[in-house]
Design a protein around this ligand. Structure first.
Ligand code: M7G
Length: 346
């Protein structure tokens, strides 16, 4: 089954979501009678050569720029141009740029097939709510949910990467010995990255140890391990990409709630803005902040902390009790949820 033949058989059902900021559209459809989610993201501008120039001001970070040498680069690649309007010194119009599947592809395409209801809901538009997840809520609502989510079916792609050689040709770094499983991890391009443009570099580090499901499982005993992991990531990645990205240009973070409950770390170029919030839900926490917090959180670490983040109504946790908890929290705080229910502060 290759992507082209699957997309050729994709039968459109409806638009799940589209975002003018991230230039992403997600469609629901079916292929051979099974649900499919097809996502397209307009690619960032690609240039043939990226050059680093020491900064003139003597700042530590050199200026990073692209040379316009390629026929597919923005300026040289304009094949059609139509002015819309001008006003004083301002001009605007539309253009068509030269496209090429290798040199300048138009969009990055992702397909999930067969897609479960869980996938579909994840991409569907939804209303969002801020929720305070207390340690009690974690124990009573989230833990049973995590158990449901850790089926071997759902975790298959992770195990394929760790043990079955999946995506092997794309692996950036792997450290693993069965004797020291605890320190092992693998770094590879995230599915979200086109793998071409360093500006939007997006990697994921997946650890071999499987005793950490999420942020919640981290306690001070993990602090040194995380310090080592952070140091390795920030040493290895710039080296691998020839210092076209520097250690202090990497945003290294984790998500809560994650989509997959096996500890992994996101590694993203800081030039990629808004990453982590693209679906508008959950929280993004920098690995550095996690390490720092573990220094004072107490022996149970994140297990004792209340975590405040955004949750979508399509998330299973919303239906499994978070909805009622949010209502209770607002009531407890004395905050009215509609004009009829409250009349100001008196
Ligand atoms: P997350 O924080 O659990 O969820 O991260 P998020 O999707 O809300 O960020 C999981 C990360 O793994 C995401 O950045 C995914 O894009 C990435 N990912 C998911 N799958 C199924 C794959 C895969 O098969 N291969 C690779 N390379 N990355 C994946």
């Amino acid at each position: 089954q290759d992507l082209a033949s699957l997309i050729g058989r994709f039968k459109y059902v409806r638009v799940l979501d589209s975002n003018p900021h991230t230039k992403v559209i997600s469609l629901l459809g079916s292929i051979d009678g099974k649900d499919a989610v097809l996502t397209a993201e307009k690619t960032h501008f690609i240039f043939d050569e990226t050059v680093r120039r020491p900064s003139q001001s003597g700042r530590s970070t050199p200026i990073f720029f692209h040379r316009e040498i390629d026929e597919y680069s923005f300026l040289n690649g304009i094949t059609d141009l139509k002015e819309l309007t001008s006003n004083d010194i301002y001009y605007w119009g539309l253009s068509v740029l030269k496209q090429h599947i290798l040199h300048n592809p138009t969009a990055k395409v992702n397909l999930i097939w067969p897609a479960s209801q869980f996938h579909i809901k994840g991409y569907d538009q939804q209303d969002l709510h801020v929720v305070r997840e207390t340690p009690d809520m974690y124990r009573n609502i989230v833990v049973p949910f995590i158990q449901e989510m850790c089926t071997s079916e759902r975790m298959k792609w992770v195990n394929n990467i760790l043990y079955e050689g999946a995506e092997d040709d794309r692996v950036v770094y792997k450290e693993y010995s069965s004797r020291n499983k605890e320190d092992g991890f693998v770094i590879l391009p995230d599915m979200k990255w086109d793998g071409i443009n360093i500006d939007s570099l997006y990697l994921v580090a997946i650890v071999y140890r499987d005793d950490i499901k999420s942020l919640r499982d981290l306690n001070p005993n993990h602090r040194d391990w995380l310090i080592r992991l952070n140091k390795k990531i920030k040493t290895i990645i710039p080296q691998h990409y020839d210092y076209n990205v520097n250690p202090d240009e990497l945003r290294v973070f984790i998500h809560y709630q994650p989509s997959y409950y096996h500890f992994h770390v996101h590694i993203v170029n800081i030039r990629h803005p808004g990453v982590g919030e693209e679906r508008g839900s959950g929280m993004t926490i920098l690995l550095e902040d996690v390490i720092e917090a573990l220094g004072f959180l107490g022996p149970e670490g994140y297990m004792k902390k209340t975590l405040t983040y955004v949750i979508g109504e399509n998330h299973d946790l919303w239906k499994k009790g978070f909805k009622e908890e949010v209502e209770k929290q607002l009531k407890h705080d004395g905050i009215a949820t509609s004009p009829e229910k409250g009349s100001g502060f008196n």
